[in-house]
Design a protein around this ligand. Sequence first.
Ligand code: AMP
Length: 302
Amino acid sequence: MSLLVVGSVAFDSMESPYGMVDRVVGGAATYFAVAASFFAHVSIVAIVGDDFTERDAEIFRGRHIDTEGLERAPGRTFFWAGRYSENLNERVTLATELNVFADFKPRLPEKYRNSKYVFLANIAPELQRSVLHQVKGKPKLAALDTMNYWIERSNAELRETLRHVDILMINDSEARELSNEHNLLRAAKHIFKMGPSTLVVKRGEHGAMMVDKNGVFCIPAFPLEEPHDPTGAGDSFAGGFMGYLAGAGQTSDAALRRAMVYGSVLGSFAVERFGLERLTALKRGEIHARARHFAKLTQFKL
Ligand code: AMP
């Protein structure tokens, strides 16, 4: 089934105790699309500047990723820079330059409009909403990611967009900030009143938690000895999660739980190397092997 994503395609510069990279291809939609393309055909809606070369665009080639909706405009590509703490748990954003995204008016190619699974990756909430409105009919599943940058700068816009989505997929501090609730179960109740019926909370090295009408489901993060760069872990989680559901064409509770596992699997691979290095070298067999490893990790008898 078709899976549509709107979000940033970017140049990123990151520093962690394991090294640094300068102006590598990144962006929420890029991580998402690469991760999801292992399971489903992905259509990408984004904008890049004239500094984004054909060579940069090669990251999408040879995968199940349609880039007809990747617009090119005069100007510079979205740029983000960040630095991670010694334990990789804290991140300081050093730069966020919207550049060509500042005037982006997403227009969906006709063939994207029948998408049944939609992921609104982290980008201005009004752009997320505009994409959702261009999809014909109601998608089978629409999920949204956002971050403190938008919660603080575009709160009213974000709340309006949230009314139209099924799943909100954010990290724990964002869930707390959005709901003004410290406890995540109370935060979920609060967020359900805003529109989504499912909350997926990404908790970094502590795994992820899904809350919906069926209750709570938790999954650990895959234990890694040497993670290098957490950038894009959340977007890769979302790619594994939504990609699995779109590929399976399902939204049942059992499928959502498996999607949490595939989300964690893709997120864990993403952090093993800088930027998209590990995801772009990944093989399907490795994904399934790690999913089986997850089943073992969490198995016990009573
Ligand atoms: P994550 O580590 O999951 O928060 O995602 C990091 C990716 O999101 C990087 O590749 C950035 O280019 C992108 N990003 C960072 N800040 C923003 C923002 N305000 N809007 C859109 N994308 C962003």
